[in-house]
Design a binder for this molecule. Sequence first.
Ligand SMILES: NC(=O)c1ccc[n+]([C@@H]2O[C@H](COP(=O)([O-])OP(=O)(O)OC[C@H]3O[C@@H](n4cnc5c(N)ncnc54)[C@H](OP(=O)(O)O)[C@@H]3O)[C@@H](O)[C@H]2O)c1
Length: 327
Amino acid sequence: MRNFLKEQLGRSAFLLGGSPFRWLNREVQAEVFTPTTIPPAKRGVLRYGVIGSPISHSLSPPMQLAGWQALGIPAEYFRIEIPSGDLEKAVPQLIQAGLAGWNCTLPHKGEMFRLSQIKDSSALEAESVNTVQILNGKIHGSSTDAAGWARAINESWPNSLPPGRVLLLGCGGVGQSIARFLARTGCESLTLVNRDPLRAQRLLRELTPLVAGRFPIRQMDWDPSALRKALKETDLLLHGTSIGLKETDPSPIPEDHLNPPMRIYDTLYRKDLTPLVQAGRKRGCLAIDGLGMLLHQGALSFELWSKKPAPLQPMRAALEQVAGRNL
Ligand SMILES: NC(=O)c1ccc[n+]([C@@H]2O[C@H](COP(=O)([O-])OP(=O)(O)OC[C@H]3O[C@@H](n4cnc5c(N)ncnc54)[C@H](OP(=O)(O)O)[C@@H]3O)[C@@H](O)[C@H]2O)c1
């Protein structure tokens, strides 16, 4: 059993490439399956995976396999490429291939929510699914994104929740999940900003009744001078756009708008620190990227599947090894 797991872990590490983070540059094609090329199931070996497109850069396999290894439970975890629009056809194939569950990333979280037959409260709140369990033949959907974010921020900055005055830049899937979490758990104030203002306005309309006057919530257009002013009255800048994923991307906010004591949480992660985290730190702000969120959302998925506390240390160590740096 140990050899089998070692082989799995070793294979992932090898396929991810020798030098840290090459996967994020997409230089290395890690082993990727499709729903119909997953190898035959092995007796007594649990199987999970991560579905998305593109998926070759996913760091979830070494992290999840380290968790199963720590519990001494034989398991496989595959990267599975499913193009946008193909999910409905792919789900029965994943079940047929013997997967007991899977993680779900871009672009499938919304569609997976629609396809889940049983949705728990986390999925209903996020209106998205990043963790699937197949239980008695039924598709159960959960979302661990917001709770993973909460664990990550609390770990880096103890007692930082509930946060003070929050400015959320980016109201896409991840931004919405965290905004809904904050609407329920509270903060001092919440300002929603998105490139397409209609998206932020829709979120404002949805959240206003949930907040029910407990704290001020507003939407603001992405206007540089208005943003500069708003950031002066912000305790936590929460970044949820994809600006910064590409190496050539600039910081989404000009460096001179970033001033302590404002803290910065960037949900993005990449081989080096994101442009926003770099810019913030240069200005003396406390700033962290989304690698910790990746760990904790994955650990929560692991707990749903295993019904046991996630072995966080080995999972963290596996992630740090492929990342080439500490979280
Ligand atoms: N750390 C983790 O564990 C974790 C988990 C989930 C996601 N994430 C990260 O979060 C990022 C967003 O994911 P998502 O699921 O929210 O994606 P999404 O639903 O596609 O949303 C993308 C967001 O980025 C904005 N955006 C994209 N390009 C932009 C540009 N050039 N200028 C301004 N805004 C731009 C979009 O604005 P519009 O609405 O105007 O298009 C939208 O707000 C991903 O890149 C992912 O790496 C991290």
